[in-house]
Design a protein around this ligand. Sequence first.
Ligand SMILES: C[S@@+](CC[C@H](N)C(=O)[O-])C[C@H]1O[C@@H](n2cnc3c(N)ncnc32)[C@H](O)[C@@H]1O
Length: 212
Amino acid sequence: MNKIPRKNNRPSTDEYFGLEAKAYGTSKWMARNQIQTTIKVLELLESEQIGGQIINKSEKSIFLDIGCGTGFSSHTILNSNFVNRVIGIDISLDMINQCEKSSDLHLILSDMRYSPFRSETFNYIISISAFNFASTGAQSKNQMKILIQKALEALEKNLTNNGRAGIEFYPNKTEEIFFVNGLKKLNFIGGLLIEQPNSKREKKFLILKKVR
Ligand SMILES: C[S@@+](CC[C@H](N)C(=O)[O-])C[C@H]1O[C@@H](n2cnc3c(N)ncnc32)[C@H](O)[C@@H]1O
C-alpha cells in the first residue's frame, strides 16, 4: 500500500479511510500508543487545576470519545472504573466499522465541529490524537480560527456543568494559539498542559472543567 504523504510529519484525515483504516485498526503499535495515552488522560481528569480527585466515581458516568477511530481509546475508557457508557464519534465510517462492538459503546458518524447531541449530555469528554483535526479544510488562518472555535463550542455545549474534558492532541503553533485564545471566550477552567516540551516525547493536553 502506498503511504499517504505527510505535511510537517502530521497525518491528514485521508489516513483514516479505506485500507488505511484497516491498517490503523490492526496496528499493535497504534493500539499500545492510544491505550497508554488514554490511561494518562483519564488520570489527568483528576488534576488539581480542575478540581482534583473525582469522589463520586461509583455514580457511573457517560463519556464522549471525540475521534474514537477504531475504538482503542473508547474501550480503554470502558475498562476504567467510572464509566457505564461511552459514545464515540468519528468522521470516518471506515474507522468506525473496524471498532470492536460492545453493548456499552455507541458509535456515531459525526464531525466534532457540529454536535448532534442535546446540550449538556456528557459528564466527561475525552479525545486522543484527534482534536487537532478541528482545523481540517481551512484555507486560511482566519478559517482555521473559525473551525477551531466551532470544535471548542461543541465541546462546551456537550459537557454538563462541572463536567470535565481531557484532550491529547498535536496542534501546530498557530493552531495552539487559536485553541488557547478560543478557550478564554468559553466557560472553562483549566487549560493547556505541555509535557516534556521541545523534546521528541512532547505531549500536549487540554485539561478542562466546564464552570458556568
Ligand atoms: C489518530 S485517530 C485516533 C483514534 C482513537 N483515539 C483511537 O483510539 O484509535 C484520529 C481520528 O480522528 C478522526 N477525525 C478526524 N477529523 C475528525 C472530525 N472533524 N470529527 C470527528 N472525527 C475526526 C479520524 O477519522 C480518526 O479516526
